[in-house]
Design a protein around this ligand. Structure first.
Ligand code: CAA
Length: 258
């Protein structure tokens, strides 16, 4: 599929997905979602980390496309929301680490896209918020739920009700972004984090992601059971034997993802 609204670039084992409609500050319309869906499906086993960012120098993603939404009916809104949920859920379900490089405005659907990633880093220029109530609606791509799980109900409600755009430093303070970088260092930082993760056993990283994600919605006893199963499963892997043998032999591990 040829892409008009996104770019998918491979840099060895790291893929970079750029939402690239700078004229509309990378707003997410249906066509963009379909392209993102295709791009996520197209990732092969040799891609071991994904960075998501925005094209141009102003925005990560400024939200769902308001020009597309302005005339839609409730039934069409349900479909549009389902499409956004599907794509962000696919992103969340990828068995590889995903990193949002928030390079500018991450508003509404843009913040929801970042929240679908495992790790969120922001540039000093970033502004984050959920302005949907200013448009008479609420977030429709998981923002009410993922933001609440990340920063707690009270801060999430504050952002949802006030529609305030917060800067990157404040976003870090409330635990929404992990770190704030100078704009020209953001991608470099995200690549370095990805590279550090890539040195570790890929099956173990995937399992860590799985048990955190699935465990977060369960009671502690069930979640710990999930961890126990994940831990045990890894002992059937070559990577476990390699990782531990390498430690004992005082050499770096050569993981195969098997
Ligand atoms: N949808 C469609 N077009 C958008 C857009 C969006 N979300 N955000 C920006 N644009 C367009 C503008 O209409 C403008 O287009 P024109 O040049 O053709 O007029 C262009 O991008 C540049 O934007 P501005 O001139 O507004 O740029 P600015 O620097 O003055 O302001 C901004 C930047 C503060 C991000 C402002 O554009 C803005 O407030 N955008 C909307 C943010 C928003 O409300 N997002 C939530 C959308 S609803 C949502 O996401 C629902 C959901 O969860 C499903």
């Amino acid at each position: 599929m040829a892409y008009e609204n996104i770019r998918l670039e491979k840099d060895g084992p790291i893929a970079v997905l750029t939402v690239d409609r700078p004229k509309a500050l990378n707003a997410l319309n249906s066509a963009t979602f379909h392209e993102m869906d295709d791009a996520l499906r197209s990732l092969k086993d040799d891609t071991r980390a994904l960075i998501v960012t925005g094209g141009g120098d102003k925005a990560f993603v400024a939200g769902a496309d308001i020009a597309e939404m302005v005339t839609i009916t409730a039934a069409q809104a349900r479909e549009f929301s389902a499409l956004g949920h599907h794509v962000f859920q696919s992103l969340e379900n990828l068995p590889i680490p995903t990193i949002a490089a928030v390079n500018g405005f991450a508003l509404g659907g843009g913040l929801e896209l970042a929240l679908g990633c495992d790790l969120i880093y922001a540039s000093e220029k970033a502004k984050l918020g959920l302005p949907e109530v200013t448009l008479g609606v609420i977030p429709g791509f998981g923002g009410t739920q993922r933001l609440t799980r990340l920063v707690g109900r009270s801060r999430a409600k504050e952002m949802l009700f006030t529609a305030d755009r917060i800067d990157a430093a404040r976003a870090k303070e409330i635990g929404l972004v992990l770190d704030v970088l100078p704009a020209d260092k953001l991608m470099e930082h995200c690549r370095a984090v990805a590279a550090k993760i890539l040195k570790n056993g890929p099956l173990a990283v995937a399992q860590a992601k799985r048990v955190v994600e699935y465990g977060a919605d369960q009671d502690l006893r069930s979640a710990n059971e999930l961890e126990r199963q994940g831990f045990a499963v890894l002992f059937g892997s070559e990577d476990q034997r390699e990782g531990m043998a390498a430690f004992l032999a005082k050499r770096p591990a050569a993981f195969q993802g098997k």
